[in-house]
Ligand binder design. Structure first.
Ligand SMILES: NC(=O)c1ccc[n+]([C@@H]2O[C@H](COP(=O)([O-])OP(=O)(O)OC[C@H]3O[C@@H](n4cnc5c(N)ncnc54)[C@H](OP(=O)(O)O)[C@@H]3O)[C@@H](O)[C@H]2O)c1
Length: 325
């Protein structure tokens, strides 16, 4: 098997390709031949070692984990205790609670990290969904079935925003979006009511209030978000700058008490609800936004592209095609 390791923290990513024989499986391991691997925020943090706090997890002086955590592929071998997967199954999943290492031709994974891919879903789309799809799915769960007529998505043209729009859009619901660059015209085409460029008019400068705000890049203080919520409105962030996220945790209780407006931070639970999300994805004929796929040996470029914000949707590495399985 071939796999990437990170030699050191730094920019550009210090990726090095290695080759070894496939390790022996333990009784609860599944060997997957990887088809696609998606580039993720964690991969960028793992390769740069930033924010520095993450080095407590990734290794103080050099990265100890291998990059890659969202994959799709085909089961090649199973341990003696595996009951729910069989050789030949098409699978996908998030390896972040397992051993990472998805930038590889093969991975060993536990059952909890994998789900079967429905026949109707292609391997490339499947690799793009475990993170972005579940960030959307689990964020919407936080609404507890509250009906929202006016919605704002911040970071609306990225992986999460594009899926969130498609899931939330229905008759009588207005969705505005904020992003920048080429994504703005795609957001128009997708059906966003009002589209804002954050480099010109960011969330703080809007003079509207919303029932629900979904934020993928929180950079403002909690009171800025609560001022953009209508009565009983809900703000959910899936990611952003650490000081602002910490302030949200500290002040959300007080804001709820004073204004009845709720501010929530989503902590993603790997793979939880993936089958349910994919059923909705197929039923609503949703489309994930994919950047690439890029060849496996161009992993460093693909990772740099992600880190520099040049990507548009989920950056994918193509490792093996369907016919190679
Ligand atoms: N909660 C969890 O447990 C968890 C787990 C994994 C990941 N995450 C987080 O989830 C988020 C992933 O979102 P994604 O996949 O949609 O990322 P993405 O595809 O990179 O999209 C984010 C979009 O936001 C835009 N953006 C950047 N700064 C902005 C600003 N100030 N205002 C409005 N838009 C802005 C970006 O545009 P440009 O880059 O072109 O400027 C990009 O189009 C990340 O924040 C990640 O850290 C959270």
């Amino acid at each position: 098997m071939k796999f990437f390791v990170l030699k050191a923290y730094g920019e550009p990513p210090q990726l090095e390709i290695k080759e070894s024989s496939i390790p022996d499986l333990s009784e609860d391991d599944i060997l997957v031949k990887v088809s696609y691997s998606a580039v993720n925020d964690y991969d960028w943090s793992l390769s740069t070692g930033k924010p520095l706090l993450y080095r407590l997890l990734f290794g103080l002086l050099k990265p100890k984990l291998r990059p890659g955590m969202e994959i799709s592929g085909v089961v090649k071998q199973i341990g003696t205790k595996i009951q729910n997967f069989h050789v030949g199954d098409r699978v996908f999943g998030d390896l972040s609670e397992d051993r990472f290492g998805g930038f590889a031709t093969h991975v060993l994974a536990k059952e909890k990290s994998l789900r079967k891919i429905p026949d109707e879903l292609a391997l490339d789309e499947a690799a793009s969904l475990p993170h972005a799809g579940l960030l959307v799915h689990q964020s919407i769960e936080l609404l507890n079935n509250k009906q929202c007529k006016k919605i704002l998505i911040n970071g609306a043209g990225g992986g999460v925003g594009t899926l969130a729009f498609q899931l939330l859009k229905k008759e009588g619901v207005r969705i505005d979006g904020i992003d920048t660059g080429e994504k703005l015209s795609d957001m128009d085409k997708l059906g966003y009511e009002k589209v804002y460029d954050y480099k010109v008019k960011d969330l703080q400068k809007l003079d509207e209030q919303y029932d629900f705000i979904l934020d993928t890049k929180s950079k403002f203080w909690p009171w800025h978000y609560s001022s953009k919520l209508a009565k009983n409105g809900i703000f959910v962030t899936v990611g952003g700058d650490l000081p602002q996220l910490a302030a949200l945790l500290i002040f959300k209780g007080l804001i709820k008490k004073l204004s009845q407006k709720e501010l929530k931070i989503l902590g993603l639970k790997a793979n939880r609800g993936l089958e349910d999300f994919v059923k909705l994805y197929l039923k609503k004929s949703m489309k994930s936004r994919i950047d690439g796929p890029y060849p496996f040996d161009e992993a460093a470029n693909a990772l740099s592209r992600f880190g520099q914000g040049l990507h548009s949707g989920k950056v994918l590495l193509k490792i093996a095609s369907e016919s190679e399985h």
